[in-house]
Each structure stands twice: as C-alpha cells, then as structure tokens.
Design a binder for this molecule. Sequence first.
Ligand code: SF4
Length: 335
Amino acid sequence: MKIGIPRGLLYDHYQFLWKSFFENLGAEVVISQKTNKKIVDDGVAVTVDEACLPVKVYHGHVMDLRDKVDFIFVPKIMSIHEKEYICPKFCGLPEMIKTSISNLPTIIDPTIDFIKNKKHLLEIVYEIGGYVTYDKRKIRLSFEEALKSHQNYKNKMKQGFFPMDLDKKHEEKHEAKHKEDTQKILLLGHPYNIYDEYLSMNIVEKLRKYGMTVITQDHFSKDQINPQMNELQKKMFWTFGRKMLGAALYAMEQEDIQGIIYLSSFGCGIDSVIADIVERRTRRNSKKPYILLTMDEHTGEAGIDTRIEAFVDMIKWRVENENYVSTHGQYISAR
Ligand code: SF4
C-alpha cells in the first residue's frame, strides 16, 4: 500500500510524525518531489486566484502524487496549541483539494485538533491507522514511536537545525552551521515559506554565502518567546504569528542579532498583521535593519537578490561603523 504525503504547508513541521507512523504500520510512504516550477505551475492552474502561494503550491504537490499512490494524506488541522488558532485555510484544505483536483485517489482527511485530550487524539490515530491495519495495538505503538521521532526533530530544530539541511552531506551541514560568522540574521516567516528552498528562492543559503548565520523563530525557546508575548496588550491567538512576533521582539533586545528579514506570502492576512507590528516595533524599539520580502508566483528572483545583497551590505557597514547611523536614517551619535 502506498500513501502519499504532499511536501507542502505543514509537511516540514510534522514530517517525522506522519512518515514514521505510516512506515511503522508497514505502508510505503511517497513524499511529493521538492517544490519546482512544474509543481508551482500545476498548483496555480487549479486553484482560485485569491489563494495564497503556499496553498496553491500544496495543490501542485497533491497533483505530483495523484498517479503514484493509493492514498493521499491531507489532514484537516484545526489547532496546534491551546487557546490558539491556525489559518482557516488549513481547516478547509481537504475540501479545497477535492473540489479543485480531479481523478484523485482516496484522500485520508482526518480532522486533527491537537489541543483536545489524548483520548480524542488516539481515536483519530486509530481512524488514520485503520487505512493500513485493523490491529489497534500496532496502531497505538506505531504512533508512540512516531511521536518520539517527532520530538527528536523538534529538539533538533531548537538547537538551530534547518529541515533543508537534512538532505545535505555532513561536511556541508558542518560548514553551514559552524562558519565563524559574526553577523546573525533572524529570518521570520511561515515555516512552509522559509524552509521551502524553491519558494524562498534559497534565501537561507544565499545569506549563508554572504557569511551570515541564519536563525528562525523555530530556534527560540518558550522561555524566550512567552515573556515577550505576555507583555502585549492583546493576546496573539495565531500560533505561527505568536511565534514569529515573540521571536522578533526577543531578537530586538539581543545585541548579537544584527537584522531581521520577514518573508511573507502576498495576500496572507496573518503575515500582513504580524509584519506590520514587527516593522513598527523594530523602528520604535531597536536600531536593527529590517526588510519585508513579499512573494507570490510572479516574484522575480533578481529583485529579491538585489534587496538581500543591499541588506547584507548595510549590516556589514553598520557593524564596521557601529552606532553611527540608525536603520531609519537618524543619527545615533556623531563621529
Ligand atoms: S497563514 Fe497565510 S500563507 Fe499560511 S495558509 Fe494561511 S493565508 Fe496562506
């Protein structure tokens, strides 16, 4: 039995959970190809114009799997953390897929609410595992094993790991992580934007080539993010927005983080709100350079490269001429 998992949206976040789970049950797991031009074009062709780029690309990943597998796993994820929400597009994803793409194999589309109690989660796990085996004990044990893989992966992420480094050779990873860089950049964005090499136009690698150390919101701990968010007047109830904003506010106070880049999807409501708050707070509270890079299917790589290059030049210049001029043009001190 072949089960396909589309390499889009929350794939990176849960890749070790679902892949390990199905494999532990004895199924063959097929992951769609890495995002490429065909996947983007196929996704764009079948989705409505109003959809954001990551949702369009997810459709392309489903199309990549359509003729290769017996089932495609498209969970309907309702929430991840208590009293928080994720974008409504995740709740309607299976329906969007089924109405936009024809001749699909069976879609495994459980409704997953990670904040409900363990009993509820186990029922969902039995429902998903039931596509492969009727043996409930095997399903439970397979899921428990998969949870361990998921936890290991999350721990690695906290230590500065990037999902795209998984495929790299040991030496390349070592080089990417341990260059004696002095400039550290915080890259913010939904995980499916910043960790997708094609969609992000390889921004992590580009920054590394300029000698920058890149960190993301996933590399911060709860102890670093929560106190920042507790000081806001209103609770931020979007899970990914909360993480991005908390990381940005924390980074603004850290001397070793020299700049902030926000990679956003055109038309994303959450990105537009969070990016606006990050920009205003950065201007008000810190001297750090900040840029917003917005992408859609028409974004040209040359324009993005030019902006990244200028941003890196500014950071290097500021490090050499410390405390001379602020990001926004005001003099901090005269030489
Ligand atoms: S949060 Fe934004 S980018 Fe993500 S699926 Fe929703 S609209 Fe798209």
